[in-house]
Design a protein around this ligand. Structure first.
Ligand code: GLC
Length: 553
């Protein structure tokens, strides 16, 4: 069967380190994923995006790549990879790999040669002398804390690292860098890969002249969405994945705008199929600061989701839709209820997202309602970002309790805890000691979810609906219930069919006015039994309902 067009697809994300361990060392691996191929296929998803499993020192869990052409031995072998691709293909599921092309690990051969003074390799990175007064080349702050510049050995120059000091930014203005990027993509295409997720790809188009952020200006504006991103993407498209139009591509766009994302994903521009953006996941950042504990601003959340749905539609762009990924705390904890209404709120969030215009991504464990771990100490966390943030907060005067509360709310490890298959101590993920501890696996696990849970069948149904209904994949989007602070709603329209979606984002009942023709419609999907369609309708706690009408009848 040939794959569906990307806007009819649903993509599942697997964090390989945490999906299934086949060796008992407490770390997930490729053979473990092969063992779970039937489960993956049972979800009905079209493709799996795997976080990187290439050779890496693991400072940033695989986003610091030392060899783009080899599998990390801790994860498996090239033969395992071939078998994995085949096992999924046999079940109608494609493989999407994560391409980290903005930076390499400092252990990559290129960087090592740069360090040894070979000019040809120095030129492939972003290397600058200090400013005249001896200060660093720019005043930018690394996304993982501290300055973005580190001395390049004894050379007297500095190399740029927007992330960890072991993640050196590549100079995309160098033709050899662009050629190598295409070569990497093509290497994996030759091995059966039909999808690519491009890591922080809107950071590749930096200016050749790098400038200090003026006082009061966000330094991210100095290097994000640079003027060269589009042309570099077009070149990569032509030299690699664009040669097979069925390849699915998604770019991770940090701190971006709808306008630029329309450009990246409008098919006329021949760049990418779709984009991830993150504004909707910053509505619980107090004053824009991540390491805070503010409850989510639901009004802002709804506004952002609407702005992106409408903005991308108007410009002919395409969104990748997601609540969760390996960098985000679990959405249930942020926008739902991890306690009494865990199942209802998980389903509400799922339907609200899956029926939108865009391609839904489901992050492993989301389909069974996994929640943030209930850790009690900073030592329970592994991630470099969380540990740096904790130390920085304490150094800046926060109490250890306050600093830990911020980590508990925002750490990336919250999503990286092992997939929970059953209620054993290793959660069915490992027979050994898991690299990160599972949490609440006695009640939240696949075995339970498949036997008596509500969330898993609900996800399967949503996935099937996107496949079966052109209205969901292709219909127009229009906002509804705009003046309800607690209800998110929209209408999808295709020819004579219309779908009205209404989601109560709170634990309190909300009353909404339902207009004709929907009062006479039929419920396509909902998370409660027997919703009553009426001009004034009561939405129960975290209730979501999607009502279908055929205006011909
Ligand atoms: C992306 C990845 C994240 C990684 C960063 C640097 O944001 O999703 O996990 O740390 O890029 O590669």
């Amino acid at each position: 069967m040939s794959p569906r067009p990307f806007h009819h697809q649903v993509i599942y994300q697997i964090y390989p380190k945490s999906f299934q361990d086949s060796t008992g060392d407490g770390v997930g691996d490729l053979r473990g994923i092969i063992e779970r191929a039937d489960y993956i296929a049972s979800l009905g998803v079209d493709m799996v995006w795997f976080n990187p499993f290439f050779v890496s020192p693991g400072r940033d869990n695989g986003y610091d790549i030392a060899d783009y052409y080899a599998i990390d031995p801790a994860m498996g072998t090239m033969d395992d990879f071939t078998e994995l691709v085949q096992a999924l293909r046999d079940r109608g599921v494609g493989v999407m790999l994560d391409m980290v092309l903005n930076h390499t690990s400092t252990e990559h051969e290129w960087f090592q040669r740069a360090l040894a003074g070979e000019q040809e390799y120095i030129d492939r990175y972003i290397v600058r002398p200090p400013q005249e007064d001896g200060s660093l080349p720019t005043n930018w702050v690394s996304k993982f804390g501290g300055p973005t510049w580190e001395p390049l050995g004894e050379s007297g120059q500095y190399y740029l690292h927007l992330f960890d000091v072991t993640q050196a930014d590549l100079n995309w203005h160098h033709p050899a860098v662009r050629e190598e990027a295409a070569r990497i993509v093509n290497f994996w295409r030759d091995r059966g890969v039909t999808g690519f997720r491009f890591d922080v790809i809107n950071l590749i188009g930096k200016n050749t002249e790098l400038l200090d952020a003026p006082a009061g200006v966000d330094d991210r504006l100095m290097y994000t969405d640079g003027v060269y991103v589009d042309e570099f993407l077009q070149e990569l498209n032509q030299a690699s994945f664009g040669q097979d139009p069925a390849t699915v591509t998604v770019g991770e766009m940090s701190s971006t705008t709808t306008e630029r994302c329309v450009g990246y994903s409008n098919p006329d521009n021949h760049e990418l199929d779709m984009v991830f953006s993150f504004h909707h996941l910053k509505v619980d950042y107090e004053n824009g600061q991540k390491w805070t504990t503010m409850p989510a601003d639901l009004v802002a959340l709804q506004q952002i989701i609407h702005d992106w749905a409408a903005g991308m539609q108007a410009g002919g762009g395409w969104n990748a839709l997601f609540w969760n990924n390996h960098d985000q705390p679990r959405a249930i904890n942020r926008f739902g209820d991890a306690g009494e209404y865990r199942e209802k709120s998980a389903m509400m969030l799922a339907a609200m997202l899956h029926l939108l215009r865009g391609t839904p991504f489901v992050y492993m464990g989301e389909e069974i309602g996994m929640v943030d771990p209930e850790y009690t100490s900073i030592d329970d966390y592994v991630d470099v970002e969380a540990r740096n943030a904790y130390a920085a907060l304490v150094a800046a005067g926060s109490s250890p309790d306050d600093a830990f509360a911020a980590v508990l709310a925002k750490a990336r490890d919250n999503a990286r805890t092992p997939m929970q298959w059953d209620d054993t101590p290793g959660a069915g993920f490992t027979t050994g000691t898991p690299w990160l501890q599972p949490s609440r696996q006695d009640e939240i696990n696949v075995k339970q979810a498949a036997a008596t849970g509500e969330i898993l069948p609900f996800y399967r149904k949503l996935i099937a609906l996107r496949h079966d209904m052109p209205l969901i994949a292709d219909g127009d989007y229009q906002q509804e219930f705009a003046d309800y602070a607690n209800v998110f709603g929209y209408r999808r329209t295709l020819n004579n069919e219309q779908l009205l979606v209404a989601a109560n984002m709170t634990a309190e009942t909300q009353s909404i006015t339902v207009e004709a023709p929907f009062i006479d419609g039929s419920v396509l999907i909902g998370n409660y039994d027997a919703p009553t369609l009426a001009p004034t309708m009561e939405l129960r706690p975290y209730e979501v309902v999607a009502v279908l009408v055929d205006t011909r009848s």
